[in-house]
Design a protein around this ligand. Structure first.
Ligand SMILES: [Zn+2]
Length: 141
């Protein structure tokens, strides 16, 4: 295994990460920023896009949830979440798919790290998880 040092050029991966528990599957999820939910929600939420968490449990239909039990499910978001579907994109900044990761994870990780260095990433508006994909890719199987 190649050691992975996540070093995003933007602050999307490092700051203010809180944990919440998904009301449906009871799995822990991480907080996502307002801008992320706004970008991916199909529903209009009357300007209340704050306080959401992301559920990454593949067997759960929930994408975003709040501590009060409010959820946005797969059908409520405008993109396919590769992490949940087992197909589609895992890295949304540089278009790396589940298939590519399955085929050669180390290569994909190296490419993403190189791209982050060269171009920077925009995870919080491109990735529905709102965070850098490297952690997810590393643990994806
Ligand atoms: Zn869940």
């Amino acid at each position: 295994m190649i050691p992975i040092n996540v070093s995003c050029s933007s602050d999307c991966c490092s700051t203010d990460i809180k944990e919440g528990v998904c009301p449906v599957c009871k799995t822990k999820g991480h907080s996502v920023k307002e801008v992320t939910v706004k970008r991916f929600s199909k529903k209009t939420l009357l300007n209340d896009y704050t306080g959401f968490y992301f559920c990454k449990n593949r067997n759960c239909d929930v994408i975003y949830f709040k501590n009060n039990g409010f959820t946005l499910k797969k059908k409520d978001v405008n993109t396919l979440v590769g992490l949940k579907e087992g197909k589609g994109l895992l890295c949304y900044c540089f278009n790396k798919t589940v298939e590519e990761v399955k085929e050669n994870k180390e290569k994909v990780i190296e490419e993403i790290k190189k791209k982050i260095k060269e171009e920077g990433c925009k995870c919080e508006i491109k990735n529905p998880s709102g965070r850098c994909c490297l952690t997810d890719i590393k643990s994806f199987h």
